[in-house]
Design a protein around this ligand. Structure first.
Ligand code: PMP
Length: 451
């Protein structure tokens, strides 16, 4: 049993420790506050629970160094952007090479052919397009699905996250859809065109699809942004069948579940979607994302645009598929995200989940550990959540903050938003052991203070 008082005491102690140990970061934070809104170039950088942000000096492989000289075992990996390691040499070399040959032309080069071949071979879908972020890929896909089906609505699952995509910021509260409370400046009621149901609830999905007005179901194969919610056995296959039956397109956003195995969750476990989205790590951390689709969807996309129409489609931005991103993506797909890399990541991901579960058990806690390949999550509650409502209820804000701070102060980074860990091809077993030991120390401290 961990008490609120123990959590508050650890947060206070660890905040003081962080402040004392990071004078250079504190100084840079003060200076940065002169002209950056809230002191950072991007506000998510404030989400780590630290009194001011760590300023990074450099990162390599699965390690990161801050400006005060601390070394970190990095299990956050830029929240997936560097899930295949920081600056893998083939990507760093490709970037240096392309850097001297022009960064963006709005024309393809030879890399375009190699990348398309690699995408089709790996993910099993024949046609592809590039965007600058996963958010943008999801927005494009939603637009295409509405365009080609002529249907207004999309369906997402409670607790989902697909990036800065306003259409999907709809939550279920006590079964009632409401706009996500944190959404800023949205004046349209997106609930008119977005249906939200619970994950793993087939009757609710069937009822919604039977209306015949849903253009697409957009989901991750497992929800990974609300803790982690795994699909029940057979659930995704049933979802696939229902979509086909009701003429609804199935979109898998595999930006996070790319951790499942070579080719992501779809290619590893099935079923195949009609459209597929992957962002973040696909170009090693250079802004870039892709979406792929079946031949049938491609043909419908072709028919959807009026003959000869060349005006603004609402899809794409100027720097999409620029030469730098394409060079990075080619190196990433062909030399970094390899089958050998996955063999290492999957084995070490299993080991990490096992060690975290052991530590939790050894401290007498009944917390749940889930993982999909190289992506792990521990949930500070006993049962595996089956949907977004259960997953939200399991979240323990202050306790998780205390854990994160304790880990950061001892050289371990995990994703700040919940308790997510990533294993890269560069992650070593000794790093996993250190994570387990620091977590053990943290739990012992919290439990000790609770008595
Ligand atoms: N899809 C999923 C599943 C994500 O987790 C995220 C980001 N966490 C995104 C899309 C959006 O990625 P980006 O912020 O790079 O656009």
């Amino acid at each position: 049993m961990i008490t609120d008082a123990a959590v508050a005491a650890v947060i206070a102690e660890e905040t003081a420790l962080f402040t004392a140990a990071n004078p250079r970061s504190a100084d840079l934070a003060r200076k940065a506050a002169a002209h950056w809104h809230r002191g950072v170039p991007f506000h998510w950088m404030l989400d780590w629970g630290t009194p001011f942000p760590l300023f990074v000096e450099r990162a390599a492989g699965a390690e990161l160094w801050d400006v005060d000289g601390h070394r970190f075992d990095d299990f956050c990996l830029g929240d997936t952007g560097s899930m295949f390691g920081h600056s893998p040499p083939p990507i760093a070399e490709a970037l240096a090479r392309q850097g001297a040959r022009g960064l963006t032309y709005m024309l393809p080069g030879e890399d375009a052919v190699a990348v398309a071949d690699a995408l089709a071979e790996r993910f099993g879908l024949p046609f592809w397009q590039v965007t600058s972020s996963a958010s943008e890929a999801n927005r494009a896909v939603i637009r295409w699905c509405r365009g080609i089906t002529g249907r207004d609505k999309i369906l997402v699952f409670n607790g989902c996250y697909h990036g800065a995509v306003d259409d999907v910021f709809v939550d279920l509260r006590d079964g009632v859809p409401e706009l996500r409370r944190s959404l800023v400046g949205q004046v349209y009621d997106v609930r008119e065109h977005t249906v939200v149901v619970e994950f793993n609830d087939l009757p609710a999905l069937e009822e919604a699809l039977a209306t015949g007005d849903i253009a697409c179901v957009l989901t991750e194969p497992a929800l990974t942004n609300v803790g982690m919610v795994l699909p029940d056995a057979g659930y995704l296959e049933a979802m696939r069948a229902l979509c086909t039956k009701h003429g609804t397109l199935l979109v898998f956003d595999e930006t996070h579940t790319i951790s499942s195995g070579y080719g992501g969750h779809s290619a590893t476990f099935g079923p195949m979607p009609d459209l597929f989205v992957l962002g973040k790590p696909v170009a090693g951390g250079v802004p870039c994302a892709v979406y792929g689709f079946s031949a049938e969807v491609g043909a419908r996309m072709e028919r959807c645009r009026a003959e000869g129409e060349t005006g603004h489609s609402g899809i794409g931005t100027t720097l999409s598929a620029n030469a730098l991103a394409m060079a990075a993506m080619r190196a990433c797909l062909t030399q970094v995200m390899t089958r050998e890399a996955y063999a290492h990541m999957l084995a070490l991901g299993d080991r990490l989940a096992e060690r975290v579960a052991q530590v939790i058990r050894a401290n007498g806690l009944e917390w749940h550990v889930a993982h999909i390949g190289a992506r792990g999550e521990f949930i500070c509650a006993s049962n595996a959540p089956r949907n977004g409502t259960e997953a939200r209820a399991a979240m323990q804000g202050p306790l998780e903050r205390a854990l994160h701070l304790f880990l950061i102060n001892r050289g371990v980074l995990i994703a700040p938003f919940h308790n997510m860990t990533l294993v890269s091809p560069a992650t070593r077993p000794d790093q996993v052991e250190r994570l387990a030991h620091v977590l053990d120390d943290c739990l012992k401290t919290l439990i000790g203070k609770s008595q």
